[in-house]
Design a protein. Structure first.
Length: 41
């Protein structure tokens, strides 16, 4: 299996936008799960 060249994505603004969106969604999900666990206790 070929390793995907992530550094090529870094050169493209549109791809960087997708990466930023993905990271922000991941962070929001983690925060929401953490808040749910804390409030659940």
């Amino acid at each position: 299996m070929k390793i995907f060249p992530f550094w090529h994505l870094m050169r493209k603004p549109c791809c960087m936008g997708l990466v930023v969106v993905f990271l922000s969604i991941s962070v929001q999900t983690a925060v929401a799960c953490t808040a749910a666990v804390i409030s659940g206790k």
